[in-house]
Design a protein around this ligand. Structure first.
Ligand code: ADP
Length: 654
């Protein structure tokens, strides 16, 4: 025991042999700690209430548990609760519970003694954060009770242990400066009452509405009812349907429960109706549409926690507003700790709502603690796996429902292949695409489906990225694929460029852009195209050479294409180059993109190309026109549209 206290002044002996009243000094480290609390300039002092409610709730839980084997402990007072009231005139707050209470020795040990370990570190941390810090880290070290000195000038604690006679009550009192007095007292009520006389600067806490707000924020799901004096009826008529909170009549005062307190997640899922889940979801998210998926698990073993996640039916309006968003709530034994985004769910799963309630973490853990804690990491990893797993299950059991979800959240989920290396494969399995064989613009085809229906000879998964679905669907690059009936993924969302650069393989098939590099002839060999005479070949080579000269500096190369059927030309990126679409995307978001020159491919079988005479004066106009047309077909804009118009007109009248 760390506590070293001296009896300093008057200590009368009571009949029980316990001194009736004594003044003791706090142990040195407690003194230091209290000194820091009292003079703290922390923000977030309101957390003192959370700490005291948490202690009171624990005390009720302990009593409930003990009464399972000893019913007498409940005396005649079975309805457990936490009562909170204020005296505005006197600037006091009273927090009372009818939980297990404490006996004399327990008060001396538990309230007079500081945290069992880590005290030094704690004090150092407090000192370091004195002027600028956030009081929120206080409970991390199990010194929650002392947080009442953040706002209290004088704190009095009255308590009686359940199952002991009324004469064995204890009164403890201190101004936190170095000493406390402790005495026996007669106390008919079981449980603990804490009376805080507020410092002048903190007198704003002697307002009920203020306390209600703090309770709503931190302690709403504490399962023990938190009661406050009933608010006066509003003058306006109240509708009969309005839900009235539970009330209790006591000593002439009417109390009402101010916390929702259901802690729904702590109940077994077999006992929770869909309607209850929906109601809870809506209280959490303010979304009145029931969630599409509810994922509720109790994890036991080395780490004990409960997770309850919801996937909404529709995307929230702030899905893309990363600054405003709140994440999965973290509770420790039903006490709210944090809803810091990213703590428990990665960014790409930001649409998942819900909570984790962990039995093993200290209360009031700090932000840094959450970011570095291995247990939290493990919970997050398991949460991600669980969510992805449930999505996969849904995709197999109800394709329509899954496709609806994909429509809402697919764009965010696709970010996962960049953000979450470990789960890249699962995310790729979950992804849905629109394809040349799919249902128009809707993204319903999975990579599995694509691979399943690939002909044996096909080696790659082909895709095309473009600015819009229409641009992709009408791209000249698709022509040979349509002719050969080969399916191509049509990717028109910006994130798709990142998706294909991170998922380069699926089921041993490489993903290949049809607008890059050479096409594998095995897949696409066009026998007709090969039947050319040597003369024809020579003429075509000259044409290619001439066009190359005209477009020198603009293109990397000019060559005949094996992918065009109806169009005269298209642009191709070199295998290792970025591609026009990605380049435009990066420029649009203000990033520097290396400008790689494209390759111009021309269609030797197109009437226009056949009519082109390498020796003609118009060749320059024709060559530039072929290039501009190919650019336009990609959805790009022309550098000099005026020149293009003049060129077209010249050719039209010639
Ligand atoms: P922690 O709650 O982390 O243990 P605290 O400083 O808040 O640290 O409380 C110290 C101890 O005092 C508790 O563990 C508990 O045994 C006792 N205690 C505090 N508040 C109450 C209460 N309202 N009723 C009964 N015991 C309490």
């Amino acid at each position: 025991m760390i506590m070293s206290s001296k009896t300093k002044s008057k200590s009368k002996k009571s009949e029980t042999g316990i001194p009736a009243s004594e003044t003791r000094s706090f142990q040195t480290e407690v003194k230091q700690l209290l000194n820091l609390m009292i003079h703290s300039l922390y923000s977030n002092k309101e957390i003192f209430l959370r700490e005291l409610i948490s202690n009171a709730s624990d005390a009720c839980d302990k009593l409930r548990f003990a009464s399972l084997t000893d019913k007498a402990l409940l005396e005649d007072d079975e309805a457990l609760g936490i009562w909170i009231s204020v005296d505005r005139e006197r600037k006091t707050i009273v927090i009372r519970d009818n939980g297990i209470g404490m006996d004399y020795d327990e008060v001396v040990q538990d309230i007079g003694t500081i945290a069992r370990s880590g005290t030094r570190t704690f004090i150092e941390k407090m000192e370091a954060e004195k002027s600028s810090g956030d009081a929120d880290f206080i409970g991390q070290f199990g010194v929650g009770f002392y947080s009442c000195f953040l706002v209290g000038r004088q704190v009095t604690l009255l308590t009686r242990k359940a199952g002991t006679p009324s004469g064995s009550g204890v009164m403890w009192s201190s101004d936190g400066t170095g000493e406390y007095t402790i005495s026996s007292m007669d106390r008919p009520n079981r449980g603990t009452e804490i009376i805080i006389s507020l410092k002048d600067d903190d007198s704003q806490y002697a307002e009920e509405y203020r306390l209600r707000r703090i309770i709503e924020k931190y302690s709403d799901h504490v399962s023990i009812p938190i009661l406050m004096p009933r608010e006066p009826e509003p003058a306006a008529e109240e509708s009969d349907d309005a839900e009235k909170p539970e009330t209790q009549q006591e000593e002439g005062e009417e109390w009402e429960t101010v916390n929702k307190g259901s802690a729904l997640w702590t109940r077994p899922k077999t006992e929770i109706t869909e309607e209850e889940y929906s109601k809870f979801y809506s209280s959490l998210t303010y979304d009145s549409t029931p969630p599409a998926l509810t994922i509720h698990n109790r994890v036991e073993g080395k780490m004990e926690y409960i997770s309850l996640f919801f996937i909404p039916s529709t995307a929230p309006f702030d899905l893309w507003d990363r600054e405003q968003r709140h994440g999965i709530k973290l509770y420790v034994r039903r006490i709210f700790i944090s809803d810091d985004a990213k703590t428990l769910m990665p960014n790409y799963l930001r649409f998942v709502r819900g909570l984790v309630d962990c039995a093993d973490l200290p209360l009031n853990v700090s932000r840094e603690f959450l970011q570095q804690n291995q247990d939290i990491d493990k919970i997050r990893q398991a949460a991600v796996k669980r969510v992805l797993g449930e999505l996969k299950k849904l995709s197999k059991s109800d394709e329509d429902a899954y496709n609806k979800l994909w429509k809402e959240f697919g764009k965010a989920l696709k970010e996962g292949v960049v953000e979450d290396y470990e789960n890249r494969q699962s995310i790729a399995e979950l992804a849905r695409f629109s394809t040349t064989k799919g249902d128009g613009e809707s993204q319903t085809v999975s990579l599995d489906q694509y691979v399943d229906r690939m002909p044996m000879s096909q080696k790659h998964i082909y895709y095309l990225t473009a600015e819009s679905h229409t641009a992709a669907g009408s791209s000249p690059h698709l022509e040979i694929f349509k002719k050969k009936d080969i399916e191509v993924l049509l990717l028109s969302e910006p994130i798709d460029e990142w998706f294909v650069s991170h998922v380069t393989e699926f089921r041993d098939k490489t993903l290949k852009s049809i607008a890059k590099g050479d096409l594998e002839l095995d897949d696409l060999k066009d026998e007709e195209a090969e039947k050319k005479t040597e003369e024809e070949q020579a003429a075509q080579d000259t044409l290619v050479q001439k066009i190359k000269e005209v477009l020198d500096g603009t293109v990397k190369d000019v060559r005949f294409s094996n992918r065009l059927v109806d169009s005269p030309s298209c642009l191709i990126a070199d295998e290792m180059d970025m591609g026009g679409n990605m380049e435009r995307l990066l420029k649009a978001i203000g990033q520097d993109a290396p400008t790689a020159k494209p390759i111009l491919e021309i269609n030797p079988d197109h009437a226009l190309i056949k009519r082109m005479n390498p020796e003609s004066e118009e060749l320059e106009d024709w060559a530039k026109l072929l290039f501009d047309q190919a650019l336009l077909a990609e959805g790009a804009t022309l550098n000099n549209p005026g020149d293009f118009v003049k060129r077209v007109n010249r050719l039209l009248i010639s």
